[in-house]
Design a protein around this ligand. Structure first.
Ligand SMILES: *Cc1c(COP(=O)(O)O)cnc(C)c1O
Length: 375
């Protein structure tokens, strides 16, 4: 059996090596390392894939979030509602801009923003909502957009873990996550579903004026060369990454299919065991399984983690500490929150290896060890 890893980017690379190597060499020969045709072509192809008018490439997913909040003209102290059960970057970008993060609960089944809790968290100071499509499962965007409209709020989707996820509206219309809010953000961190060979990120929007502003902010607030209209930052996707991503984008649907197949295998293997709750799949979206995360019921999680490690099986806790309990947010009142579901999940979730290169022999071994432990 091949050794087990949480992600296997190496084997994935070897399958497309000739194409990728040629694309990288071609950028090196052109010496157009920043901007230019390769980056623009990738942005256009990604826009077409995601069904969105504009894609603004940038340096990473965290920058994408920061630039988005800068472009919306939010002011210090404005409240931004986010789940606490997410990766730190979602909330850190808001704090960096002196906005006030307001932490909400998540739904116990989807791990995504609880819509009732969201509506209760809205105050006259609320300006934006940042739903996170955690682990590759979409938040309830139709309801979130309706609430946003009612209260005149911006919505920034954190789509870092869900690129390619199909979302179905009540009327049957199907769109990709990241294209529903006013802005969508994604990350090309190597382990993400569309991963670069380094850092990268992108911002999506259907709003022409906002697109101009986002582009400007990512380029030192520059409107034309050496004319700077507003304070921005320097956030670029380099051409080598864009060349690689453009090739991997052509395989993204295959990659999602492989992940889903692996998830189906696990679902079957764990069906009927009351100690294990497998990932919920809401009918309104098609999970893209950035992570395959179990919720354990009356299982010693640390013991399981250790037992799996002893058997050469990696497993991860995403995330061991929710944002509201991070020291970073003490100054933002994080400690004042009581988020029972978030805390409950934080103590019970465990993510198993899931990636495009898992085979049945590996999955059979992983599942048998887990069942061995719980029985
Ligand atoms: C990865 C990730 C980010 C940040 O992306 P980087 O490219 O690492 O900056 C933001 N939000 C979520 C939910 C993520 O998973």
């Amino acid at each position: 059996m091949r050794p087990l890893q949480m992600v296997d980017t190496k084997t994935q690379y070897l399958k497309i090596k000739p194409e990728v190597d040629a694309a990288v060499l071609s950028v090196m020969e052109s010496s157009q390392f920043i901007g230019g045709k390769v980056v623009n072509d990738f942005a256009a192809n990604l826009a077409a894939y995601n069904g969105v008018r504009h894609v603004i490439p940038c340096a990473n997913g965290t920058d994408a979030l920061q630039i988005s909040m800068m472009a919306l003209g939010l002011n210090p102290g404005d409240e931004v509602i986010t789940p606490s059960f997410t990766y730190i970057a979602t909330v850190e970008a808001a704090a960096l801009l002196h906005l006030q993060p307001v932490f909400t609960e998540v739904d116990k089944r989807t791990f995504c923003m609880d819509v009732e809790a969201l509506e209760k968290a809205i105050t006259p100071k609320t300006k934006a909502i940042i739903p996170v499509h955690l682990y590759g499962h979409a938040a309830e965007m139709e309801q979130i957009m309706a609430i946003a409209k009612k209260h005149n709020l911006f919505v920034i989707e954190d789509n870092a873990q869900a690129i390619g996820c199909d979302y179905t509206f009540g009327d049957g219309q199907i769109v990709k996550t990241g294209s529903i809010g006013h802005i969508g953000c994604t990350s090309f961190y190597p382990s993400k579903n569309l991963g670069a060979f380094g850092d990268g990120g992108a911002i999506f929007t259907n709003d022409d004026a906002l697109a101009e502003k986002l582009k400007m902010i990512a380029a030192h607030g520059q409107s034309k060369r050496y004319y700077h209209e507003m304070v921005g930052c320097n956030s670029r996707l380099d051409a080598i990454q864009a060349a690689i991503l453009d090739i991997k984008l052509q395989h993204l649907d295959e990659y999602i299919a492989s992940r889903t197949k692996a998830a189906d295998f696990y679902d079957n293997a764990f069906a009927g065991y009351k100690q294990i709750t497998t990932p919920f799949r809401a009918s309104y979206c098609k999970h893209v399984f950035h992570q395959y995360t179990l919720t354990l019921n009356n299982v010693d999680r640390d013991g399981l983690n250790k037992y799996l490690a002893e058997n050469g099986i990696p497993s991860m806790i995403y995330y061991p500490v929710p944002c509201h309990k991070q020291k970073m947010f003490d100054a933002f009142g994080g400690k004042n929150y009581q988020l029972a579901t978030t805390d409950w999940l934080t103590e019970r979730v465990i993510s198993l290896p899931i990636h495009t290169e898992l085979d049945e022999e590996q999955q059979t071994f992983i599942a048998s060890k887990i069942l061995n432990y719980i029985n």
